[in-house]
Design a protein around this ligand. Structure first.
Ligand code: NAD
Ligand code: UDX
Length: 464
């Protein structure tokens, strides 16, 4: 068997699964066990159809599963056997109580921490992989120390994850950096080195950076806030472009050539989605408010407000162009995932847009190449979105984009899936109601060509 350290990961989700699969793949000496309270999710990880879609994930899981990579619902056994334990559980925005709507719900992190304290019979290095507010490691330490027995010791590290969904495997294989925070004590540095040695199995040492715990925790929130802020900035410019005749793609290109700005994350869109950006910024807003820094809180809050405005602006554009009413009209929604190459729909802008369409009593025809029908139903019947009655009356899920766009008045592109660029739009046009509208919420279609076919094309950040 493997002779290196044993790793256990609590949480077999979008982060725990891919991250630990890559560790197992790159470090055959390390035994990796991923555990979860959700036995169905574990069963799926052990099956032929993994619970999440990520390009390249299947291959690496299948290469290492049963060798040095294990998925198990036996959380306690995983904890008992491990030297290093990743805590990669969910940290959603709190729904009720103090900080509701802003603060991170740390109940899962705390439950996982208490479980480690209760079960462990030997010393452990406990690693925060979840995104957590600044100083969470201190709470974890207090819980571990108050609940552990005898002479076992716990060292706590912060090791935030920077992968993006859709590119998780390549992000993990070739990270820009790996960040490890620890207490600046001899034991803290020793633990830091133990984790750095795992990553050094494939990441160049100079990319493994170390710092104090609080800087490391805050860096994760900061990185997401800065990335999301760029998108809200370019989306704010898109509104100016639409009003002036400037083209947001050209403006972003011109600005991105400045090496101080750089070209990435300047793509205007219907708005950012995903489980992280909004949650982490709201977390930063909450942190700022708790620290009595209202101006700082307001600054970051505006990144989220602008994103809400962008989604609203886009659904209003659809309604306005469709002669100010979409009641009982048919609208095809191309893409439901929050970005391409993932089946994840958390905070997807498509949910908000479809909600608006249904409230106007439009019939919505959804096509996404990767999102499960059951997921779309769950999202659209969530109490904040709509009822089962509305869903049954107004929503149809399609498995083919040509069927989805048959006899509709408009197509709304919500996700930048490559296949939307390759469709036979002559065929699509022929089967649509006229005038046939396309609203490109991702700036991926060739508007000129579509206009040549006869479409009315509306693009974010560009005048018609
Ligand atoms: P997820 O919901 O997909 O997975 C979390 C899993 O943890 C769930 O399967 C849940 O059943 C399990 N779990 C909860 N409590 C547990 C416990 N006590 N013991 C064992 N398992 C438990 O979440 P995710 O998207 O993987 O995110 C996890 C964390 O990583 C969050 O803090 C998130 O902010 C952060 N993060 C996410 C991403 C991303 O792209 N999704 C990127 C970077 C960081
Ligand atoms: C993000 C961070 O990128 C990642 O580092 C962190 O670990 C988790 O959060 P993720 O949410 O998975 O990753 O995807 P990302 O590529 O950042 O996209 C987030 C949203 O922003 C998507 O809806 C995407 O379509 C949108 N986006 C992204 C834009 O609208 N314009 C851009 O230029 C880039």
């Amino acid at each position: 068997g493997p002779s290196g350290p044993k790793i256990c990961c609590l949480g077999a989700g979008y982060v725990g699964g891919p991250t630990c699969a890559v560790i197992a793949f790159k470090c055959p000496d390390v035994q990796v066990t991923i555990v979860d309270l959700n036995a169905d999710r574990i069963a799926a990880w052990n099956s032929d159809s993994l619970p999440i879609f990520e390009p390249g994930l299947d291959e690496i899981v299948k290469a290492r599963r049963g060798k040095n990579l294990f998925f198990s619902a036996d959380v306690d056994k995983g904890i008992l056997e491990a030297d290093l334990i990743f805590v990669s559980v969910n940290t959603p925005t709190k729904k009720t109580g103090v900080g509701a709507g802003f603060a991170a719900d740390l109940a899962y992190v705390e439950a996982a921490t208490r479980r480690i304290a209760r079960v462990a019979t030997s010393s452990k290095i406990v690693i925060e992989k979840s995104t957590v507010p600044c100083r969470t490691a201190e709470s974890m330490r207090a819980i571990l120390e108050a609940n552990s027995s005898g002479d076992i010791r716990f060292d706590i590290l912060s090791n935030p994850e920077f992968l993006a969904e859709g590119t998780a495997i390549s992000d993990l294989m070739h990270p820009d950096r790996v960040l490890i925070g620890s207490l600046q004590t001899a034991e803290g540095r020793k633990a830091q080195l133990a984790l750095a040695d795992v990553y050094a199995g494939w990441v160049p040492r100079e990319k493994i950076i170390t710092m104090g715990l609080w800087s490391s925790e805050l860096s994760k929130l900061a990185a997401n806030a800065l990335l999301a802020q760029r998108i809200s900035s370019v989306n704010a410019l898109s509104a100016i472009c639409e009003a002036t005749g400037a083209d947001v793609d050209e403006v972003a290109y011109a600005c991105g050539l400045d090496s101080r700005i750089g070209p990435k994350f300047l793509k205007a869109s219907v708005g950012f989605g995903g489980s992280c950006f909004q949650k982490d910024i709201l977390n930063l807003v909450y942190l700022s408010e708790s620290l009595h820094l209202p101006e700082v809180a307001e600054y970051w809050r505006q990144v989220v407000s602008l994103n809400e405005y962008q989604k609203l602006r886009f659904s209003e554009l659809v309604i306005r162009r469709l002669f100010n009413t979409i009641t009982h009209k048919h609208i095809a929604v191309f893409g439901f995932a929050f970005k391409k190459n993932t089946g994840d729909t958390r905070e997807s802008p498509a949910i908000t847009l479809v909600k608006h369409f249904i409230q106007e009593q439009a019939f919505v025809h959804i096509y996404d190449p990767k999102v499960e029908q059951s997921q779309i139903e769950a999202d659209l019947t969530h109490p904040d979105v709509g009822t089962l009655h509305q869903y049954k009356n107004y929503v149809t899920i399609h498995t083919c984009p040509y069927d989805a766009s048959k006899a509709v008045d408009a197509i709304v592109v919500m996700t930048e899936w490559d296949e939307f660029q390759q469709l036979d739009y002559q065929r699509v046009y022929k089967n649509m109601n006229k005038p046939a509208f396309i609203f490109d919420g991702r700036l991926i279609l060739d508007a000129k060509k579509l206009r040549g076919i006869g479409f009315q094309v509306e693009v974010i950040g560009r005048q018609a």
